[in-house]
Design a protein around this ligand. Structure first.
Ligand SMILES: [Zn+2]
Length: 595
């Protein structure tokens, strides 16, 4: 019988699963992509449908679908298994301790709470008719699992969840209850009297909520006293606000298909957008736009359309979001919503015109230029100075030089100022005026190269696995120096192995089987290899040279020590060893000497 892991693997195709996160393009019998785990321009991330594994030649990461989902979603193995099992339709036994984790408990609480909120909405005609008035169809309310948290009691949700055996401490950890300040053992519901928007992670599991105040008959007039119009779940173990985009789970496929993201501001904007058929839309919820948000979107497309309230283009949050997107080298467009409405209100009135607005989105710089130019008097010296100051700062942020010079020459025409003068001004702007600490993090993320002996060992393993006849070449190989690496361990197994090499690895070191498969794949993906025999010969020679050099280094160090301590006897032995090794190295390096 298959284990749950094997069962999941057999039902899901790696290309399909990975396509949900990154843009894959065909490359021979494999697929390639820009690696989501390190920063790169040209794709070195390869996927093998035949072997059902992936490997990045840039940063060395690789593995199966589980490893990928764990890494990209930041999950533990048990959660990745649960996530993929759900997609594969494989039922896992609930008592399996591997998947009973803290995270799952919180996910269960959020799922049950969603059910509670929906049930309450079902029973509340006032809220239902309000949602209808805002333009939401029943199917949409179902699709987004919108609900209502009643304000008839302080602990309606807590009681509902207690009946399902959830502890108040865990409900608090899930962000749904707040500890009472007056009574040390008491808790109350965080959300009361609010329309509830469940927030899902990228695989559609509910991890938090946004709650919009509902005021019944006085709705739309004035917000009650000092209560916030919107409140959100706090940051929890399962809800990392800096990485979650509202609607992403429903939008990711369409973002990739359309090759752009529509970014809106609020829950209602997003939902109306999807209802109007624009399904490649996401919203930032409960936090400002972060670099992580952008990187998640960047994996799917380089193009982003902002539909933020542009009357506030000068407003700090919008400006920062756009600047961050520019520095991530997104192509940015701005969707203009006529008469300064929210997208939600505009769509309510003109559901069929929304797509037109999107098609006619304007390039960000074009939009920003017009906006700044229209607000200043270009005839005066002061006006020209102000305009150039604002626009040059923006132009400086564009990373592409050609694009940069395009905007400088346009600005020079508008202001009737020589481009040279503008070039001079732009050179004065210091780039660190707008660089932030994120660039430091980027550097840390640069890949760590494996030591050369390990890489050579990997290549040798791959050659032998690919063509078992080559096993004869490694029989006498001195592998002691690389036994500390997985490739060294594989080599020691292969040296002794009889026939089916992969089978032998599975028997002796099952944990290395995936790794061995990856090495095989990495060989497949290297197109420049013509003959495996030549390749392994080359690697073995390099391997030998590498270790001779290492040994020579070590001995010359020992010679130095022996000289300093006047140890004549050791010195003589060491000198002899040095001479022998040098000779060996000389032979290995000289292509004319046959061994
Ligand atoms: Zn990589």
């Amino acid at each position: 019988m298959l284990t749950p892991i094997e069962e999941v693997k057999s039902r899901l195709d790696i290309v399909e699963v990975l396509s949900g996160y990154i843009k894959l393009s065909k490359a021979g019998s494999n697929f390639k992509a820009v690696c989501p785990f390190h920063s790169e321009k040209s794709p070195s991330f390869m996927v093998s449908p035949a072997r059902q594994i992936w490997h990045c030649f840039g940063c060395g990461e690789g593995g199966d679908i589980f490893k990928f989902v764990m890494k990209i979603e930041g999950l533990e193995f048990g959660d990745a298994l649960r996530n993929l099992a759900q997609r594969a339709g494989v039922i896992l036994k609930r008592e399996d301790p591997q998947i009973r984790t803290e995270r799952n408990k919180l996910l269960d609480i959020c799922r049950a709470a969603t059910e509670y909120f929906r049930k309450n909405l079902e029973q509340n005609n006032e809220v239902k008719s309000y949602l209808k008035k805002r333009g939401l169809k029943d199917e949409t309310i179902d699709e987004f699992k919108i609900g209502y948290s009643p304000d008839s009691s302080w602990d309606g949700l807590l009681k509902f969840l207690a009946a399902k055996n959830f502890q108040p401490q865990d409900i608090e950890k899930a962000g749904l209850a707040v500890k009472s300040e007056k009574n040390s053992t008491g808790y109350f519901d965080r959300f009361r009297g609010r329309i509830m928007f469940p927030i899902a992670n990228s695989s559609g599991e509910i991890i938090g909520f946004g709650g919009r105040i509902f005021e019944g008959k006085s709705e739309g007039k004035k917000v009650k006293s000092d209560e916030a119009k919107y409140i959100n779940s706090p940051q929890t173990l399962i809800y990392d606000k800096s990485r979650v985009l509202y609607g992403f789970d429903k939008a990711k496929i369409d973002i990739r298909k359309n090759n752009f993201t529509v970014l809106v501001e609020g829950y209602m904007d997003l939902i109306m957008c999807h209802q109007a058929g624009v399904k490649n839309a996401v919203a930032v919820s409960g936090t400002a736009m972060t670099r992580d948000h952008l990187q998640i979107l960047k994996r799917l497309s380089d193009n982003i359309y902002f539909s933020f309230d542009m009357d506030n283009a000068g407003e700090a949050a919008t400006k920062r979001a756009i600047d961050a997107a520019l520095s991530e080298e997104f192509n940015i467009k701005v969707i203009i919503v006529p008469s300064g409405k929210d997208p939600a209100d505009f769509i309510l009135e003109h559901p069929d015109k929304w797509e037109y607005q999107i098609k006619n989105a304007r390039g960000f710089m074009e939009f920003y230029f017009d906006n700044v130019l229209s607000k200043n008097n270009l005839e005066t010296a002061q006006g020209k100075k102000d305009v150039s100051k604002i626009l040059l700062l923006q132009i400086k942020k564009i990373k592409n030089r050609v694009e940069q010079s395009h905007w400088i020459s346009l600005l020079s025409q508008k202001l009737k100022i020589k481009p040279e003068a503008l070039e001079e001004e732009i050179a004065k702007i210091k780039t660190n005026d707008f660089l932030d600490s994120d660039s430091a993090r980027q550097i840390v993320k640069e890949n760590k190269q494996k030591p050369r002996e390990e890489l050579l060992g990997e290549r040798i393993v791959a050659c032998v696995l690919k063509d078992p006849k080559l096993k004869k070449d490694i029989v006498g190989l001195e592998i002691e120096p690389i036994l500390c690496y997985p490739s060294g361990q594989l080599l020691s197994i292969l040296q002794k192995a009889e026939d089916d090499l992969l089978e032998q690895i599975k028997e002796e070191a099952e944990h290395l089987l995936d790794y061995a498969n990856q090495l095989l794949f990495s060989l497949d993906a290297m197109e420049e290899i013509e003959s495996l025999e030549e390749e392994i010969k080359f690697c073995l020679k390099e391997f030998k040279i590498h270790f001779l050099k290492e040994q020579l280094n070590k001995i010359s160090f020992q010679i130095q020590e022996a000289e300093e301590s006047l140890d004549e006897k050791s010195l003589a032995t060491l000198m002899q060893q040095f001479k022998n090794l040098s000779q060996e190295l000389h032979q290995a390096l000289d292509p004319l000497v046959t061994e």
